[in-house]
Design a protein around this ligand. Structure first.
Ligand code: ATP
Ligand code: MG
Length: 267
């Protein structure tokens, strides 16, 4: 018998979903190993959020099966919900509350003992201790995202879904979120994230799948995906010299000394 512990964190087979005439998912298969980071790539409207909503039991599939943490999303929805958290495409932070109050609120909603300690531990882990007493409305985009992800970790769910975690963030804030996600996986949490950024998948993911026209058209490690492309070609490109190169050509790479030395050597 396959126990919950041995099963992959996420297993999806033949998943289908339509909105009226619009066939968004047309037979999606994917497997996510425990403790790994899996990136689901796709252009706008490909169905990434739809897939995440089905896996997090917010939406019912028309056909196919999906198991999360060993539980069937259709028949064991409550067990799935206990096993996951979802950080949506738009932050769920309450702006009026402080960072700490946001975390305490979630810990209370999840019926955890000692919500204050849970909040303080997460603030510490996400480098938000100093900002913990400030209203979330005063946070930068990156801090808000980190708080949002921290909120989704209350109660230590083994599987977390991040729907476009860095959309709209500046490069520095994106790097902060990437660091956070890497730390999560290092602690054994399984992360399924959706993104439109290829570099994000490249930075983070153990495995990358591309959702296109309702199906997974590619699924593999970065190295495997790179092998699908034709080998790199060497091209000769006419390059305008930089001012530095012009300068060095005019005065000589070592300020004209080579010229003097050459004369000396020739003599
Ligand atoms: N509730 C709904 N009713 C009707 N159509 C919907 C609904 N939700 C999504 N769609 C449509 O389904 C398609 C897939 O949407 P989805 O949000 O899953 O895409 P996505 O890959 O997450 O896109 P994005 O990158 O823009 O977030 C889109 O064409 C969208 O307009
Ligand atoms: Mg989406």
């Amino acid at each position: 018998m396959m126990t919950t512990q041995q099963a992959p964190a996420i297993q999806v087979r033949g998943l289908e979903k339509s909105y009226k005439e619009l066939r968004v998912l047309r037979g999606v298969d994917l497997t996510v190993a425990r403790g790994s980071i899996f990136a689901l790539l796709g252009s706008n409207g490909a169905g990434k959020t739809t897939a995440v909503k089905i896996l997090s039991t917010l939406l019912r599939a028309d056909a196919g099966t999906a198991r999360v943490n060993g539980f069937d999303v259709a028949t064991q929805a409550a067990d799935v919900r206990e096993s996951i958290s979802l950080t949506g495409q738009f932050a769920a932070v309450d702006e009026i509350l402080t960072g700490r109050e946001n975390l305490v609120l979630v810990a209370r909603l999840r019926h955890l003992e000692n919500p204050g300690k849970v909040a303080d531990d997460l603030l510490d882990r996400f480098s938000l201790t100093d900002a913990g007493g400030r209203k979330a409305s005063t946070y930068s985009g990156g801090m808000r995202r980190r708080l949002d992800i921290a909120m989704s970790l209350v109660g230590n769910p083994p599987v977390i879904f991040l729907d476009e975690p860095t959309t709209g963030l500046d490069p520095q804030a994106r790097i902060e979120v990437w660091q956070t996600v890497k730390e999560l996986a290092a602690r054994g949490t399984t992360v399924l994230l959706t993104t439109q950024y290829l570099d994000e998948a490249e930075q983070l993911a153990d495995r990358i799948a591309i959702l296109h026209e309702g199906r997974i058209i590619v699924d593999g490690t970065l190295a495997e995906l790179k092998r699908l492309l034709p080998p790199a070609k060497v091209e000769y490109v006419e390059k305008q010299p930089t001012l530095e190169e012009i300068f060095l050509a005019l005065v000589g790479a070592d300020g004209g000394k080579a010229h003097d030395r050459n004369i000396g050597t020739d003599a």
